[in-house]
Design a protein around this ligand. Structure first.
Ligand SMILES: [Zn+2]
Ligand SMILES: [Zn+2]
Length: 283
């Protein structure tokens, strides 16, 4: 089972592997710049090389780059979609330079309607694939969103509609975030819930395209539309539910990433990983 955290890169991208080691990660997620800023830092070839060297020495098998929070591929504003494309392309270039296994992003939101949001998301993502096809062809990973406001891609059905419009499907993959599913009103707590959800994903998209799972408990209730992650077993999803996720034979090729609250004390922060490893073995 590939399992790990979203880790910090403060002090340089390669620092990710220090935290990864302390947190016993075999998969990690990182930001390549400040997630709240439009400008993207320059990553020199030397820095990228350093990252690859540290990666080689570590137990990490997969690195996922999460986009900044600002891009909005579904926006009704053309200018915002265009700067989003530019920003995403810059981050993809870095993700590619460090040899990451994917670039994870959200579809964003649309003020006018969901249908328009889906149409514009498809347009933006097809363009993004074109722009990065030749030199930066790493997997573009669409993450399901938490269904607050006019967020696009909060249900498997909506992800399926986006998928229908994607031209170059082999460039794309998906991440499902358990907290986002749950607060969007999709129950994920029983084996039946997980099996049905994965069957639906398989029917509308294809399980071979599901590459990552964000394992997060939820601070708020089913359908609450409030996206606040909780530590594993400390939220409304509960420890038992995660057992079905980490032991599902349908997810054996998927990497699991935690985005749960951190204390800053790495020994203490290890507890979510240890809890998941324990329930994975107790099947
Ligand atoms: Zn995300
Ligand atoms: Zn997530």
């Amino acid at each position: 089972m590939l399992l790990g955290y979203h880790v910090s890169t403060s002090g340089g991208l390669h620092k990710a592997f220090q935290e990864a080691e302390a947190l016993e990660c075999s998969a990690i997620q990182i930001f390549v710049g400040s997630p709240q800023m439009w400008n993207t830092p320059i990553v020199s070839p030397k820095e990228a090389e350093k990252f690859k060297q540290e990666w080689k020495k570590s137990k990490v098998k997969k690195v996922l780059v999460h986009s900044a929070y600002l891009p909005n591929p579904a926006s009704h504003k053309t200018t915002l979609r265009n700067v989003s494309l530019k920003k995403m392309k810059e981050e993809i270039r870095i993700a590619c330079a460090i040899g990451a296994n994917g670039y994870n992003f959200h579809c964003g939101s649309n003020q006018d309607s969901n249908i328009e949001g889906i149409t514009l998301t498809i347009q933006t993502l097809n363009r993004l694939a074109e722009l990065s096809d030749e030199k930066y062809a790493i997997p573009l990973i669409i993450e399901n969103d938490a269904g607050a406001g006019n967020r696009i891609g909060d249900t498997i059905e909506e992800l399926g509609l986006i998928w229908e419009g994607i031209k170059n499907k082999k460039r794309f993959g998906f991440t499902l975030d358990t907290c986002h599913l749950f607060v969007s009103g999709i129950d994920v707590r029983t084996k039946k819930d997980v099996d049905e959800l994965l069957a639906k994903f398989d029917k509308l998209i294809g399980l071979e395209y599901l590459k990552f799972i964000h394992l997060n408990d939820a601070k708020f209730e089913l359908g609450s539309r409030k996206d606040r992650h909780a530590n594993i077993g400390e939220g409304f999803i509960g420890l038992n539910a995660f057992k079905y996720w980490v032991t599902s034979p349908k997810l054996k090729n998927v990497a699991f990433i935690l985005e749960t609250p951190r204390t800053g004390n790495l020994k203490e922060d290890l507890k979510d990983i240890l809890a998941l490893k324990k329930i994975a073995k107790s099947r």
